[in-house]
Design a binder for this molecule. Sequence first.
Ligand SMILES: Cc1cc2nc3c(=O)[nH]c(=O)nc-3n(C[C@H](O)[C@H](O)[C@H](O)COP(=O)(O)O)c2cc1C
Length: 178
Amino acid sequence: MANASIALIYGTDTNNTEQVGYKIAKQWENFGEQLDVFNIKDIDINQLEQYSMLILGIPTWDFGGIQADWEDVGDSLSELSLENTAIALYGLGDQFGYGDYFIDAVGWLYEKLQGTKASFIGEWPTQGYDFEASRACIHDKEHFVGLAIDEDQQFELTDQRIEQWVIQLYAERAVEAA
Ligand SMILES: Cc1cc2nc3c(=O)[nH]c(=O)nc-3n(C[C@H](O)[C@H](O)[C@H](O)COP(=O)(O)O)c2cc1C
């Protein structure tokens, strides 16, 4: 049973996406609202249908590769019914080390969720990043479909990016709900 109306679900190999997830949750608490936070490998994917909003976090591995626990549930994700759900995506990557595949897994997750009828919030500008290509630039090269965090090359920008993104999400969610 869900405790909150918003869940943050992450997958991770080396914990960066988890740490960023807890920072996002803490930031959201400033608005007086708790989030349920889960590792994707610990939950039944059908639980996602219980929430009015989902924040989903995924790192990219091995040249555009999908983090293993997310990849395991990819087909089930596509079958979820999320018609009244707002989804915000965030991704971890390394723009200098893997500049042709920067946060590609976020694009994969976005594509997987297309059949669920969810609405998406939280697009994020590509300005301030230095990369060649990203599967997460769905609509144009000026935006990622979610927040990009680079703990390898721009860790000093992480906290301010999170703060700004959470404020943006809060405003976009209010518009969605109206
Ligand atoms: C072997 C290896 C492959 C990687 N491949 C990519 C990649 O293709 N694209 C990208 O943006 N980042 C890539 N990264 C960077 C990771 O996504 C980044 O370190 C991230 O913070 C890891 O998140 P996690 O700790 O939650 O697993 C790679 C890192 C390593 C060590």
